[in-house]
Write a protein of this length. Sequence first.
Length: 556
Amino acid sequence: MSFAIDILRPFAWRWRKELAIAGAFFVVLVSPFLLRPGDSTSPYRYNRRLVIMTPHPDQIREEFGRAFARYWKETKGETLSIDWRVAGTSDLNTLIKSDFRSAFQHYWSGSLAQPNAGEAAATFLNPKAAPGSQPRAEFLKSNVGIGVDLFFGGGPHDFQSQAAAGTLVAADVKTGCGLAAIRTRHPEWFGDHGIPEIVSGQAFRDKDMRWCGTCLSSFGIVFNRDVMQRLGITKDPATWEDLTDPRLLGQVALADPSKSGSATQAFEMIVQQQMQLAVARFKARPGHLRKPADIEAAGVREGWLEGLRLIQSISGNARYFADASPKTPLDVSRGDAAAGMCIDFYGRSGEEAVRRPDGTSRIGFVAPLGGTTLTVDPIGLMRGAPEPQLAESFMEFVLSERGQKLWDFRVGTPGGPGRTPLRRLPIRKDFYTEANLKQMSDAGEEPFLKAQSFIYHPEWTSGLFDSLRFIIRIICVDTHDELQETWTMLAQQHNPPRASEIFHQLALVDYDAARGDINRILTSKDKVLQVREARRLTDAFRHQYRQALTFARAEK
């Protein structure tokens, strides 16, 4: 042995640098194997795999993935791998429909041996396809899939859109597994005492059980008290209008609604609140209007414009429009922005992360009373799921008491999250018992009671979700440089009347335009037409903002 060492010693000395590099490279290669946690949801060897598309952040994926994998091991004795496919909600929506088009074309020309696969792919996802459309009929009775089991996280609008298209199903075609089967087994989980179908105008689950909410969400303002005080603002924000304070110029963090479904929902809440206020004003002073329907219609139209003007003003203070909504609370927490709009759990989590021993925190969150609705984060089974039984079990776990505890129980409490508090409110009404409330981080929120302060009117804006995100992109995101320059001058000049009037002129994107030409163009699926319309409106608003800037300078 010593002889071998003596022979190798000169070699090792001569090539010591190369051996050191090779050794470091070897450590890098084997470290993931050596350091991998024992209860990982993506083990190297597993019995079954569950594929989930989600916009959920790391914390939610880790806590639910780990808890369900452990539960599955305990009850079934199998090692489970959960394959998370992560992106923003809007990107996931596009990806799902794109993948289904490819899969259906293959099914149409292969399994069905039909011609014109391209034409079939253009209509099979359209819920308004002509009666008797063969591609649509064949798709709805098929088990065509894209290798994904579940869609988990996002907003009701996105899930309803997928359900209407046929990509989400209440029951798997072959096995019958799905949310419909869960409701049959656990009828007490649903209904007025469990998960209602509608609360304050918001859908909490699909009436046909193609998707169901799993937890509750509201929207509000996350803010950094230290930064606010440096800007001379000593009072915590309480309303959406507080984000228009000119002292917040360049200090408001926003997400791009064309990339984030939750950002669009937050902006929709602003519009809905302004609509409700306008309807109330018209009811108090109807003028020449006599019929209730005419009064409501007038209020809705005026409220739409007032909401967009408020969004314009908030955007004038925007530091940026992020591609993903989690960036907003992170930047506020770091002090890179003073305030921002976000989902409640991002704000609460940020507040908890920097809480001092005395219970105070430099980060705060407020859901404007009367300015936000209670909405849900859904889950649904994908058509053609590779593991429909496993997918059903995951959905059942999330909706069970065991899964509901993960959303808001404190870390370390029996049944609570293992590492990170999720700070999200459970959806089941029957979960809010005295015993459970004692273990919750947000026991005092009373979500179902607060929901009564804001009644969501889906007939006003839900059909305009895509139009709203398109319009905000045009008037705020793509034209942000011009908007902010003009907004800065308006603030310096104390909002001169003529310049302010031009700045807030929104006739091109009023309620009738949003419901009419804009909605028609967006639903036409004609990408060339959409690009042309976007360019036309963008150019018009850039010119408008420059004109307002000229008038503001002239009024010095």
